[in-house]
Design a protein around this ligand. Structure first.
Ligand code: DC
Length: 216
């Protein structure tokens, strides 16, 4: 049987990771994993319990006690909270403001890394996040880093009806001590400020096919 492969797509907030990861997964018939949604789900779970998301001990302890499960539904992996998928709630302002605090906690990142590596049980993956190529699946040969100008990314978020201080979030994601956002060694960097998602996903697919061919 063929070994499953992992395509890692990392990058800044609103750089088109989700749109392109979904397009690439669909084109290749791979499973899509949004690791940002996993961190957001944990942040939501903390807020529901009125916990201080800046208290590393409390958040790490909630993580340990968390009875969660990974499920693959229609080609997307979901992290469920007592069988519930808070897909809508995790896109709200409260979760967006809380999530990078939760994501900066080393024990939380260790816990998430385990869950994210377990996703390979579902087959070949397109996994998007901030540390997939550097930390979660550093062994993969398929690494991409997406970025776009801050103005363009702010416009994209606004088009989704969300006003967010992306510069502050990027800074927190890049400057944290544990698995900060950075370009993985060997990653193909794509600045898509002036590209459509069809063009960006086309570049990713072209590179994946080239690398797959070279590996044969
Ligand atoms: O991609 P997103 O905006 O949904 O990510 C939410 C937050 O989670 C963001 O602040 C960065 C963090 N994150 C992370 O630290 N590591 C990942 N692999 C994915 C997301």
């Amino acid at each position: 049987m063929k070994q499953p492969i992992v395509i890692a797509i990392d990058g800044t907030s609103a750089s088109g990771k989700s749109t392109n990861a979904k397009l690439v997964a669909k084109a290749l018939g791979f499973v899509h994993v949004d690791t940002g949604a996993m961190y957001r789900t944990l942040a939501w779970h903390c807020l529901e319990r009125h916990m201080n998301v800046e208290d590393p001990k409390a958040v790490a302890s909630l993580c340990r006690r968390w009875k969660t499960s990974l499920e693959c539904v229609d080609g997307h992996v979901l992290l469920l909270v007592d069988g519930y998928d808070p897909a809508k709630e995790i896109r709200g302002e409260a979760v967006s403001a809380a999530v990078s605090h939760v994501a900066a906690i080393p024990k939380v990142r260790e816990w998430m890394k385990k869950r994210q590596r377990e996703c390979i049980q579902f087959g070949s993956l397109v996994m998007e996040g901030r540390d997939i190529g550097t930390n979660v699946f550093p062994e993969t040969d398929f690494k991409f880093y997406l970025d776009a100008h801050l103005e363009e990314r702010t416009k994209r978020r606004a088009a989704d009806g969300l006003i967010e201080n992306l510069a502050a979030r990027d800074q927190r994601d890049s400057q944290r001590a544990a698995a900060p956002l950075m370009i993985a060694l060997g990653a193909r960097v794509i600045n898509n400020s002036h590209l459509t998602s069809a063009q960006t996903s086309g570049l990713i697919l072209e590179e994946v096919r080239k690398r797959l061919g070279a590996a044969r």
